[in-house]
Each structure stands twice: as structure tokens, then as C-alpha cells.
Design a binder for this molecule. Structure first.
Ligand SMILES: CC(C)(COP(=O)(O)OP(=O)(O)OC[C@H]1O[C@@H](n2cnc3c(N)ncnc32)[C@H](O)[C@@H]1OP(=O)(O)O)[C@@H](O)C(=O)NCCC(=O)NCCS
Length: 176
């Protein structure tokens, strides 16, 4: 055997698969969200029913079981919306959740990266801004920083959305 060739047979397997999600994933995604976000009233699994002019959805699987979900809004924002999420530029992360037993294994980051890779393939791609936006609680700011997001200043949010933020707004540049 070539001493310089990668030792594929003994390489640790990558146990996580990330793929585009569809309506068939709804029951598993709903269960995952009940576990990862038990107090969330909005049913983010229902975004699986929308087509890709509205949302881009991915799931992560580990040993065939669903362990992560991301839903990203890609339809145009509503400049008259009452909430910041309605007004911030698109794409916008509606929800990112990883099964508690599988958190801190890089799955959330892989779901973000899969989204960034898929965005240019969408029919709405030319209408999207140059950044992926999200809002999050204080505790998650360092987590999203590790995933390459920058924390927006109040003046930046005001300029982008025409209203102040109640939570943290962050963004990450889309790949060129
Ligand atoms: C937020 C969430 C999606 C992150 O997913 P995850 O798969 O655990 O994150 P990753 O493993 O990809 O971690 C990304 C980076 O953040 C760091 N990180 C993750 N969780 C962290 C924590 N609780 N504290 C500090 N750092 C953390 C990781 O170490 C990693 O950094 P590194 O790449 O430098 O090692 C996950 O914690 C979650 O589902 N939380 C509950 C649901 C939620 O609140 N979602 C957001 C609102 S919709």
C-alpha cells in the first residue's frame, strides 16, 4: 500500500448526512422540534409544505434518524411587517434546531453550510440579499459567531429593517 495514500478503511466514518427536506419529513421534524424547542408555539415543521420560492429546508440524519432541521425564508420580506423577522432581508433563518442528544457535534454548522451551498440553485436566488440573516437569544450569540455570523449593531438593524430589534440580529455573508 502507498504509505502516502489516505487510510480510507480506517478513517472514522462521518455519521451525519445533510439533505434537502420534504413533506415526508414532517412527522420526524415535528417530533424533533417538540424536543429541541418545547416552548415554541410556531409550528416550523409546517414550512415543509411550502415550495422553494418561499423556503429552503434541510434535515440532518444520524444513523438514519432525523437529528437536525433548518428552515430558511427566501420569499421577499414585508417592509410593513410588525415583527423584525418579517422585515429583515432574505435569506433569513426561520428556525435551526438540533436534537439535544446530538448538539455540539457540528450538525447545526453543517445545516447552515448546506443552506449556503444550496441558495444559488434556487429560482429566487437573484432576488436574495448577500447575507444570511437570523435572530437569536443572547445565549446563542457566541454559538452563531462560531458559525461565522456577525452581530448587527442597532443602527444597522434600523437601516435594514426600519425598526429596532428586541432580540439579537446576526448575519453571515453568502459565498461569492
Ligand atoms: C443552537 C443549535 C442549533 C446549535 O446547533 P449545534 O449542532 O449544537 O451547533 P454546532 O455543534 O454546529 O456548534 C457550532 C459552534 O458553536 C459552538 N457551540 C455549540 N453549542 C454551544 C454552547 N451551548 N455553548 C458554547 N458554544 C457552543 C460549538 O462548539 C461550535 O464551535 P466550533 O465549531 O468552534 O467547535 C442547538 O444548540 C439547538 O438546537 N438549540 C436548541 C434550539 C434553538 O434554540 N435553536 C435556535 C432558535 S430557532
Amino acid at each position: 500500500m502507498d504509505a502516502h495514500a489516505p487510510d480510507v478503511a480506517n478513517a472514522p466514518p462521518n455519521p451525519h448526512i445533510v439533505r434537502r427536506a420534504g413533506l415526508q419529513d414532517h412527522p420526524d421534524v415535528a417530533r424533533l422540534l417538540d424536543e429541541a424547542l418545547p416552548n415554541e408555539p410556531y409550528r416550523y415543521a409546517d414550512n415543509l409544505a411550502w415550495d422553494e420560492s418561499f423556503v429552503l429546508n434541510h434535515v440532518a440524519l444520524s444513523e438514519g434518524r432525523l437529528v437536525g432541521y433548518i428552515t430558511v425564508l427566501v420569499s421577499p420580506p414585508d417592509p410593513r411587517g410588525h415583527a423584525l423577522w418579517q422585515r429583515l432581508p432574505r435569506p433569513y433563518v426561520g428556525c435551526l434546531a438540533v436534537k439535544p442528544s446530538h448538539q455540539r457535534q457540528g450538525i447545526g454548522h453543517r445545516l447552515i453550510n448546506a443552506t449556503l451551498a444550496a441558495l444559488p440553485t434556487l429560482p429566487v436566488a437573484p432576488g436574495l440579499s448577500g447575507h444570511l440573516y437570523l435572530e437569536c437569544a443572547d445565549a446563542l450569540v457566541p454559538v452563531y459567531r462560531r458559525m461565522g455570523f456577525e452581530h448587527l449593531l442597532p443602527a444597522q438593524i434600523l437601516a435594514l429593517a426600519g425598526m429596532p430589534a428586541r432580540a439579537n440580529a446576526m448575519r453571515r455573508a453568502l459565498p461569492p
